[in-house]
Write a protein that binds this ligand. Sequence first.
Ligand SMILES: Cc1cc2nc3c(=O)[nH]c(=O)nc-3n(C[C@H](O)[C@H](O)[C@H](O)COP(=O)(O)O)c2cc1C
Length: 295
Amino acid sequence: MSEKIFVVDKEKCISCGQCVKDCIAYALELDENSKPRLTDNGQNRCIKCQHCMAVCPVGAISIFDKKPENSEPVWSQNPEAVLNLIKSRRSIRHYKKENIEQETMQKLKDMLNFTPTGCNFHKLHFAFVEDRAVMDKIREYVNNKLIKLLSSNVVSKIKTKFSHYKDALINGEDVIFRGAPHMVVVSAPINAPCVNIDPIIALSYFELYANSLGLGTCWCGFAHICLQFMPELAKQLKIPEGYKIAYVMLFGKPDIKYTRTTQPETFEFSTIDDFSPEKLSVANKIKHFFVNNIR
Ligand SMILES: Cc1cc2nc3c(=O)[nH]c(=O)nc-3n(C[C@H](O)[C@H](O)[C@H](O)COP(=O)(O)O)c2cc1C
């Protein structure tokens, strides 16, 4: 069955033009009766963001077979509750030795489909370890391999990163995965317009939503480093061909409870209250290039 690209219920449409105004791709226009339609090359321009369907005040627009009656209404949020969630989120390094419920796992996955991606390039991949027993196998493999690498004479970057954790690893401490029953590894196609950013946004959303469900999370740079040095792990995690692993997040039921928020140091903020650019010296241009383009 072919999908219907852009369908307007002309009985419902009130010709407000909001769909045309909000189309970032310039794929829509109003016809002679002030009803929206695709422009000549609108189908090619459309980035499938569905703003036209979402903005229509009377539910007159369907796009790519997405019908307005299948969307959810927009609620107003409690900003204090959202802020408290942000402030009270902690990196969790103590987890209950049990799986989370399958229903909760599914809620987390469903939420991920809503995270924004640059140019609406909607192709992220999430590898979920859903069973603690599988996580235990990964834990054991990685920890043993790390001990081996740290004990060998081979010079490698991983040694400089983890050398001072050698004793803890030998003592059986789970330095990398913090005893978490689950993890999610996010990757993006190498050719995605925002290959490095999209996955991080997705995990940021994941972290907050997981916390709202009473779960604990921890960004895991250590696991990310291990994945870079152990390509066999990436294969086991079914990372698709042509995808770049972006980051790892641990999660599960927390076995620790924080009573209050922390009081972080403030970042640096500047207020830009004028704009009068002067020509930069060549030296400054080169400096700017290196600071902003070389990681
Ligand atoms: C990008 C990133 C990578 C991190 N990697 C690790 C990690 O590998 N292991 C770990 O225990 N914590 C890791 N953390 C957690 C930080 O140590 C933690 O965010 C910081 O100490 C502040 O504590 P809080 O998250 O509880 O506010 C990471 C956090 C971020 C944002």
